[in-house]
Design a protein around this ligand. Structure first.
Ligand code: ATP
Length: 234
């Protein structure tokens, strides 16, 4: 079944059109990666899907429902969860409090404090620590865990490895491997192309706000994707 159907989506920052005429289809359980240079519009697209940024044109259908004008908190309770770039935790709250805040959305599903801590075992000894006192990798784990606590049907992950050490990135992706066993539909923005190929089933290349190519990761090469990245159009 189609989880997400986006048609002609546009989003602006003032006069600047950051997302232009984007069409996107995502099947239930599919893992899609958005790839493109800095400023290609990936973050704006994710924020527009989550309802944090307003669409200036086009439509977003989620599970067959038009959510284009639905406010962010309603989209969250319908099952769209964003792990934002920069994590945005409640730094003075403990790990467990950060997780519990999110469970207020209260959708039923496999994720609760126990299953999140099983997926992110590095958080177990830290549940009472202030989130702001944790390492970058641990904070990212809390940010992903917080999104999972809402039992999302669509998980949007924006640059989860940004600014982390290689070991921390490895830890985050090992936990994400546990997450995808639940067949959660997700869209990932990741600068590391190898990780993108390893993790996603399909890639969408963006350039200057538009989609310039899409393909299955087992049918595309890294060189092809790099070509789109640096500006070839189809
Ligand atoms: P990055 O990897 O740098 O996050 P991105 O592909 O996610 O890049 P966006 O952050 O969505 O791209 O940016 C798309 C365009 O919108 C860029 O030209 C950027 O400069 C512009 N932009 C992004 N945020 C704002 C903002 N808050 N105000 C004005 N312009 C913005």
């Amino acid at each position: 079944m189609t989880a997400l159907k986006v048609r002609g989506l546009e989003a602006q920052h003032g006069l600047l059109k950051a997302v232009r005429g984007v069409d996107l289809d995502l099947q239930d359980g599919e893992r899609l990666a958005l790839v493109g240079a800095n400023g290609a519009g990936k973050t704006t697209l994710l924020r527009t899907l989550a309802g944090i940024h307003r669409a200036s044109a086009g439509t977003i259908e989620f599970d067959g429902v038009d959510v284009t004008s639905t406010p962010a908190h309603r989209r969250a309770s319908m099952g769209i969860a964003l792990v934002p770039e920069g994590r945005r935790l409640f730094g003075s709250l403990s790990v467990i409090e950060n997780l519990r805040v999110a469970s207020a959305a209260n959708r039923k599903g496999a994720w609760n404090v126990d299953t999140v801590l099983d997926a992110f075992p590095q958080l177990k000894p830290k549940i009472k620590a202030a989130a702001g006192s944790l390492s970058g990798g641990q904070q990212q784990a809390v940010a992903i865990g917080r999104a999972l606590m809402t039992n999302p049907r669509l998980l949007l992950l924006d640059e989860v490895s940004l600014g982390l050490s290689p070991a921390a990135v490895q830890g985050v992706y090992e936990s994400l491997a546990t997450v995808v066993k639940q067949r959660t539909t997700l869209i990932l923005v990741e600068q590391d192309l190898q990780r993108t190929f390893d993790f996603a089933e399909r890639i969408v290349c963006m350039l200057e706000g538009g989609v310039v190519a899409t393909g299955r990761t087992d049918q595309m090469t890294r060189d092809e994707v790099m070509g789109y990245y640096f500006g070839h159009r189809v």
